[in-house]
Design a protein around this ligand. Structure first.
Ligand code: ARG
Length: 578
């Protein structure tokens, strides 16, 4: 596949190889931090050493032997032990515009990389009868972005929402509902009510062993298919899903498969028996079944004395089911770092059961905790634990305030109430999503409302604002001009912008390889900053020369495409007016 990114690198490599001074296999290209020096650089130290020559002399010989006429490069210079390439802005821009025209909604994507391969991205996976919390929001947002990134890399991606819809907690809830005069679904906030009922009953059961026995009995009945237990459980699932779906819809997320833990229940008995037969699991004196991992990990249970299975058992069955169904190249779990040991045990158990392929390609993408700005527990204004819907609402409320300020001071492009609502939603959600994704998933996040909604800085709204500005320029220019001559783009600011645009393909590949949406966030932020610098120093609509004006308008349009593509891979909307 020929895109600007690959062409630039293959062209530099070919030019170097053609000198005969460096063998093609030894040519590694780097993107120098000091961008005024070079757009691509080749460090000659290794080959100079092999040839027993001083590096600066080798660099000079290579640079002198390269002719850039008719290439994507404007100049090649030696500096110390480096051969520095600077791009020809016009030539690279022309290639970029061809890339964009070929796939306007897929700029920077590389569908060849994952072609023919399946990857499972399991994310969100909330617990039924509990509200989505800050951690749920993280897995949802990170997972959604990884989903989009892998789609952009051409994989057949299966987004899997592995609902926590099974386990003894449902016994407690059933017992609580049996006792209660009003069921949770008669409450205006049914899921919150389920949480409360569970918590109260659980607490009471700590002092009342009878309650515990009843709760266990109810879970057993549920497992055995008791009609009442099943019907109430189904109601809990349906009501919770309705609430979750509201949030998913708001975030523009849908899943390809939503099999809860309960779905795997029929596979667990045979799995445990098989594990015993294979000698992977041991029956303890108590009758419980466990797996011992020698010194590698602590042991874990597959079945309790009373016959109940565990979270681990269900995850192992899920993992094997995924292998049998999809034979994926990768099986990715976006789950909090605190479940590290759990996944280590599950993957190791699955491996010992003989499913080495899925064990090898299973990855736990761990994410850190979320706290309030002060590093303490993240709370609502009233001081309660904050849930996902409240975070989104608060972000949108604050975004609305900001837009209203803009509207009142005449600095906004939107004024109709519907538009304000739509843009505020995009900014509020974008702020929350970007704040999460611009840092690596493993980082802990301190949630600072002021920071996340700042108009200047590394924020979602800054990027959205730059996008809208590009769109505004193109609108004012009366659209993108035809037949632009990009050779008139000669400033360093224009060159930097074009080079940064070309790097999108590298960012998308890197994000996929490292499961790091932050690579996309960083690329988009750098692009927006380059655009801001360019816009500050290079008049666009006010350019004296009409050819320069046209070329710059076209460049602004490409920047808009780039920012929108980056934001899209992060799961963030880009309104074209703000
Ligand atoms: N439902 C679990 C929780 O909320 C997370 C599930 C993670 N995924 C998995 N395959 N275990 O803690």
């Amino acid at each position: 596949m020929s895109n600007a990114y690959d062409l630039l690198r293959s062209s530099a490599r070919d030019l170097i190889a053609a000198t005969g001074i460096a063998p093609a296999t030894s040519i590694q290209l780097a993107e120098p931090k000091q961008r005024e020096l070079a757009d691509l650089a080749f460090a000659v130290f290794t080959i100079a050493k092999e040839q027993g020559q001083p590096a600066p002399a080798v660099a000079v010989r290579i640079a002198d032997a390269i002719q850039t006429t008719g290439t994507l490069f404007r100049s090649v210079e030696a500096a110390g032990g480096f051969v520095n390439f600077k791009v020809d802005t016009g030539a690279l821009a022309t290639q970029l515009y061809a890339d964009i025209a070929a796939a306007p909604d897929a700029f920077g994507h590389d569908p060849s990389l994952g072609a023919g391969q399946t990857i499972i991205v399991e994310y969100s996976s909330p617990n039924i009868a509990k509200k989505l919390h800050v951690g749920s929001l993280r897995t949802t947002v990170i997972g959604h972005s990884l989903y989009e990134i892998h789609k952009a890399l051409g994989y057949n991606v299966i987004g899997d929402n592995h609902l926590g819809d099974w386990g003894t907690q449902f016994g407690y809830l059933l017992a609580a509902i049996e006792d209660s005069p009003t069921p949770p679904w008669e409450d205006a906030e049914p899921v919150a009510s389920m949480m409360r009922m569970y918590a109260e009953f659980y607490q009471a059961s700590e002092e009342d062993p009878d309650k515990k026995t009843r709760a266990r009995a109810w879970f057993r009945k549920l497992e055995e298919g008791d009609v009442w237990a099943r019907s109430i459980w189904q109601k809990l699932v349906d009501i919770s899903m309705t609430e979750f779906d509201t949030i998913y819809e708001r975030l523009g997320i849908s899943f390809d498969t939503t099999l809860g833990e309960s779905w795997f229940e029929p596979m667990l008995g045979p799995l445990v028996d098989d594990a015993i037969a294979k000698g992977v699991a041991t029956i303890e004196e108590s009758g419980a079944v466990s797996v011992h991992f020698d010194d590698k990990y602590p042991s874990c249970l597959l079945r309790k004395t009373d016959g109940a299975t565990l979270y681990q058992t269900r995850d192992a069955a899920t993992c094997i089911h995924r292998w049998n169904t999809y034979a994926p190249t990768r099986n990715v779990y976006v789950v909090g770092a605190e479940q590290r040991l759990h996944f280590q045990q599950v993957f190791e158990f699955v491996r010992r059961m003989g499913y080495t392929e899925i064990a090898d390609c299973s990855v736990h993408v761990k994410f850190g905790m979320v706290t309030g700005a002060n590093g303490e527990r993240f709370k609502t204004r009233k001081g309660n634990v904050i849930f996902a819907d409240e975070i989104l609402d608060e972000a949108v409320r604050r975004a609305t305030e900001k837009i209203m300020e803009q509207v009142e001071s005449g600095r906004s492009e939107v004024s109709q109430p519907d538009d304000i609502v739509r843009v505020a939603e995009a900014i509020g959600l974008g702020a929350v999503i970007y704040f999460d994704l611009h840092q690596g998933p493993e980082r802990n996040i301190a949630f600072d409302w002021e920071k996340i909604l700042s108009f200047d800085g590394n924020t979602g709204v800054y990027l959205q604002y730059m996008y809208a500005r590009c769109c505004n320029i193109v609108r004012k220019a009366g659209g993108v001009p035809d037949n632009v001559d990009s050779s008139v783009l000669t400033t360093d600011d224009e060159r930097a912008l074009v080079v940064q645009l070309s790097r999108i393909t590298g960012a998308v590949r890197d994000a996929g390889a490292r499961y790091a949406p932050s690579a996309i966030a960083n690329w988009t932020f750098e692009l927006a900053k380059d655009f801001a610098r360019f816009y500050d120093r290079c008049p666009v609509l006010g350019a004296d020369d009409p050819a320069v004006r046209d070329a710059r308008v076209k460049l602004c349009d490409a920047v808009a495409t780039g920012i929108k593509s980056g934001l899209g891979l992060l799961g963030i909307a880009a309104p074209d007016r703000m």
